[in-house]
Design a protein around this ligand. Structure first.
Ligand SMILES: C[S@@+](CC[C@H](N)C(=O)[O-])C[C@H]1O[C@@H](n2cnc3c(N)ncnc32)[C@H](O)[C@@H]1O
Length: 202
């Protein structure tokens, strides 16, 4: 890592395991939109290792300087500068890409944003993806109405203390929401440290 770049440990955790899933799930896909790129660490790791596709980063504008700093330090020909994309105000068409996306990836976002923004995300993704397009979501989820680990329980409590609208989502709620927007759960992967990847297909 280059010194002085803002750094997220959460983004580093499991990046090899996430990549292994993306390598499998993104065969035949060509244009990925990443929602909530954060520092950009995922994008600089994934894009050069998924050279067959274009990786479009996005986030709220406040994060763009940091994402661009990571891109400047680790450039790749298929890695694109961040688009301004705020679920509060934007639509996929205001995210100004000429190419339609055939996959959308988001990591560690559903437990941060309020539930009405999770609903908005699925609405926009459902509209934007073509048939057979994929939505790939990484993060912690509850299952059968329960936490999947004690560490997820304490993480959830700390999230809710900071922001009562945040918190680990129930997988069943997310799957039901996806269905409303013609997105079907096709694959799920257990990742280390009680995280999961959910793959939805339109
Ligand atoms: C915990 S960070 C995850 C960052 C990165 N994907 C990772 O895995 O480390 C949550 C991300 O959600 C983004 N976010 C929060 N509210 C948002 C909104 N209204 N629209 C789009 N992104 C939002 C934040 O800016 C941040 O980048």
């Amino acid at each position: 890592m280059i010194a002085n770049l803002p750094f997220s440990q959460a983004c580093e955790n499991n990046k090899q395991a996430i990549l292994a899933v993306l390598e499998k799930e993104l065969v035949g896909h060509s244009h990925v939109l990443e929602v909530g790129s954060g520092t950009g660490q995922h994008s600089v790791y994934f894009a050069p290792r998924l050279a067959h596709l274009q990786w479009q980063t996005s986030d709220v504008s406040n994060n763009h300087q940091v994402i661009q700093a990571w891109h400047d330090s680790y450039p790749a020909p298929n890695l694109h500068p961040p688009l301004a994309f705020d679920l509060m105000t934007d639509t996929m068409s205001t995210s100004k890409s000429n190419q339609p996306y055939d996959a959308i990836f988001t990591a560690n976002t559903l437990h941060i944003i309020a539930w009405h923004l999770v609903e908005r995300l699925f609405e926009l993704v459902g509209e934007a993806l073509p048939l057979d397009g994929k939505l790939i979501i990484y993060g912690p989820f509850n299952e059968h109405g329960r936490y999947t680990s004690a560490s997820n329980q304490s993480f959830d409590l700390s999230l809710r203390q900071r922001d009562p609208n945040s918190g680990i989502r129930h997988k069943e709620d997310v799957v039901a929401l996806a269905k409303k927007h013609d997105l079907t759960l096709k694959n799920e992967y257990q990742l280390p440290a009680n995280n999961q990847i959910l793959v939805f297909k339109k």
